[in-house]
Write a protein that binds this ligand. Sequence first.
Ligand code: UDP
Length: 335
Amino acid sequence: MSTIQSGAGKRIVVCGGAGYIGSHTVLELLSLDYDVVVVDDLSYGYRHNVEPGRLRELNVLDTDAVERVLREKPTEAVIHFAAFISVGESMHKPEMYFHNNTCGSLSLFTAMMRAGVKRLVFSSTAAVYGMPDKVPIVETMPYAPVNVYGESKVMVEKILGWMDLIHGLRSVCLRYFNASGADPEGRRGEEHKPETHLIPLLLEAVESGKPATIFGTDYPTPDGTCIRDYIHVTDLAQAHIFAVQHLLSGGASDKFNAGTGIGFSVKQVIDSVERVTGKKVPVTYGPRREGDPPELVASSEKLQKTLGWKPQFTKLDDIVRTAWNFEQKREKQLE
Ligand code: UDP
C-alpha cells in the first residue's frame, strides 16, 4: 500500500495529455508538483487543455521527435494516452487503428529505449476482455477482444511484456472501464467529437431536446439495458499517479483494472441524469449496438490492494453532476 507523494519537480512526459483522461491526469500531476510535458498532435485533443509552454505538438509515430522531447531534460516516466478510441470506427478502418495505436506505441517505446527512459503507464481498456461471461472481471481473465480497438491494445500489452523482459522497461497497464464525469472544479471535461459516450449524449439530449437512443432493452439484465462500471475521470487520473509512483519507487510491471466495482444500467444512468438536471431526458429505443457485452464491471481489488488507490466518486449522481457542471460552463463560454 502506498500514499501519494510530492512529484518534487520530476519530469513526466504525457502523450495524449490534451485529451479527456490525459488532461485530467495532467491536472493531478501538476497539483503534486511534477514537471509535466505533453506530447499531442491535437488530432482529437484540444490546445485549450494544455498550457502553451508544456505542449510539444507532434505524433508519437515520429520516433525521432519524441526522442528529442524525452532528451530535453532528464525524464523519469512516460504516461501514454495517445490513441484512437472508437470501437465502431476500428471495425471499419482496422489498419488505421493498428497503425496509430499499436505502431504509435511501438514508436514511443523505441524513442524511450533510445533516450533511456524505462518507466511507462499505459492506457489499456476493458475491451481486452471482450465479452466476459463472468463479472466482476479480474485481471487473470484471458485476452479475448472482439474488436480491432481492443486487439490494438492487447498487442501493446504483449509488446510491453517483451520490452520488460528484454530491455527492463517497467510498465503499468491500466485497463479502463467507463471513464466519465469531469474535473470537480470544472477546469476540464469530456469533449469528444463526435461524442459517442452515454453520459455526455444524455446531457446533450436534455439541452437540445433531441432524443438520445438507448441501444437495446432486451439484454439479460434486471431492466434489460446494458450495465457498465462508470469510473470518475479524476479517480482514474489518480490511478495514474499511484501507478507512476509505484514504478518510480522500483515497482514491477503489472496490469490493473481501473473501475469502481459497481455497475449501473443505461436506465439507471438516465434516472441519474434526470435527478441531477431536474429535467426529463428525451429518449428513443433502438436495437442493440454491435459488440456491446451485457455487463462489464471491474474488480478493482488488485488496484486498491496493490497500489492503495480508492475511488472517491462512488455515487453515480455525483459523477453525473460534475459532467453537468462542465457542460453548463462550456455552454456559457460559447454564448
Ligand atoms: N449507449 C446507449 N446509447 C448511446 C450511447 C451508449 O444506449 O447513445 C449505451 C451503450 O450501449 C453501453 C453504455 O451506454 O451499454 C455505455 O456506452 P459508452 O459508449 O458510453 O461506453 P462503452 O461501454 O462503449 O465503453
